[in-house]
Design a protein around this ligand. Structure first.
Ligand code: VGL
Ligand code: ZN
Length: 210
């Protein structure tokens, strides 16, 4: 008996060219999430896509910190921030969704990281953990309580979104084989263990298709 996903939302995190092979912040094998996500999308009652959407002067870019190298960290007023290669600049091809992603199936596209001074890994809150994107309100108004996450990257935007979703009172699953990780200094292990501890259900595509 197939699990009914009609009362759930699939939140697809940042399946954008810059996180796929050839992109500015390519995640190993990143484009391999596209096919399983396309199969899952029509099974869900609510479908949300997120898009990392930075201005060129974004403070998470190493280029905007003289002398800094990508993947080093800086202290920002809201905490420690990893400095990334410039990526997902608003309106560029790198910020566009992967060409094969079924974007027409989306009910909502939510953009994040559009303020120069603050990054936003999570689809719910910017990295100060305070500034809301509006997604929780949208989902509540649609009457959804159960969320599944897939996309890029497991250890940053997917994990931060899943952890915030739990804090917001949603029942949360992450479809781990429809995600790929950056894995910076053990960040994948840390993210997986934080998600388990928080009560995130770690599932596979096969579990949902069963
Ligand atoms: C992401 C680093 C910087 C992500 C976005 O989508 O996981 N990671 N911006
Ligand atoms: Zn980003």
């Amino acid at each position: 008996m197939a699990v009914s996903l009609e009362d759930r939302a699939l939140v697809v995190i940042d399946v954008q060219n810059d996180f796929c092979p050839g992109g500015a912040l390519a995640v190993g094998d990143g484009d391999s999430v596209v096919a399983p996500i396309n199969r899952l999308l029509p099974k869900f009652g609510v479908r949300v896509l997120t898009q990392d959407w930075h201005p060129a002067d974004h403070s998470s870019f190493a280029d905007n910190h003289p002398g800094a190298t990508p993947f080093s960290t800086v202290e920002m007023p809201y905490g420690t921030q990893v400095l990334w290669p410039a990526h997902c600049i608003q309106g560029t091809e790198g910020a566009a969704f992967h060409a094969k992603l079924e974007t027409t199936a989306a009910d909502l596209v939510i953009r994040k990281g559009f303020r120069s001074g603050i990054d936003s890994y999570s689809a719910f809150f910017e990295n100060d953990h305070e500034t809301a994107t509006g997604l929780a309100g949208y989902l509540r108004e649609r009457g959804v309580t159960k969320l599944c996450f897939a996309g890029l990257a497991t250890d940053f935007c997917v994990a931060w979104s899943a952890l915030d979703a739990v804090k917001q009172g949603f029942e949360v699953a992450v479809v781990t084989d429809a995600c790929r990780a950056i894995d910076l200094d053990g960040s994948l292990d840390a993210a997986m263990s934080n998600m388990s501890k928080a009560g995130v259900d770690l599932v596979s595509v096969a579990d949902l298709e069963a």
